[in-house]
Unconditional design. Sequence first.
Length: 290
Amino acid sequence: MSVLVGLVIAIGSMLGGFVAMGGHLIVIWQPWEYVIICGMAAGTFVIANPMKTVVDSGRASLEALTGKVPKRKDYLALLGLLHALMRELKNKPRNEVEPHLDDPANSELFKAYPDVAKNIDLVMFICDYARLILIGNARSHEIEALMDEEIGSQRRDALKPYGAITTVAEALPALGIVAAVLGIVKAMGALDQSPQILGGLIGAALVGTFVGIFLSYGMLAPFAIKVKTTREKQGRVYVIVKQSLLAYMNGAVPQIAVEHGRKGISSGDRPTIDEVENATVTGGAQREAA
């Protein structure tokens, strides 16, 4: 929603200011200039990126438009799952915990948190490191280094759409100049026409420069930042898992371990201690009773 509101403000201010200065909107409407610029931008985007990144860029754009980032309830569900899992690790033998980790899709523990369970990559991340903890031979600093490496790799992959979109945004002013040059070439072929016709052709050519700059700095570059912010917020859940499991490995009881994870949540979305307690201790007790 914020993306659409921002676009309305930007485009409205630009067009409104142009009209207020006495300009005519019909002058800006040069469809073939738009076709040249947008077509070249799309072509260079496909050339520069593997198809996986192209597809993921579409997915990332949709996520940015819809604001698909973890909310407070999602963090509470994640902390609740981690608390329940750490209680299993602490209180039950290995043969009773392993089925949850080997087949999380059919695990009652994971089924109790469907919003977390649908994130397959996150579930695999949790299960992989919980399995290492269950084995019992791993050291916490070794696990931390391994987690940092995997989180870093995951972040690089998640931000590839941001880099791809940014590259196109940086190229758009130059692509606008290409469209403008083509328009000037067309105008040069009409030097024998009246000044009114020639002026219209030159004005149409200059629209290409305007469109390239506006699409770059007014739309695509800010949208790339939105994509980056969205993906970084999505990746924050891995840091929460890391902090919680490492605290547990270092001797913290499950309730204290999830507090380490809670501190990794940004202040605007961070649930209170009481909310976490209701989602873990109280909620866990209710599930066990059920």
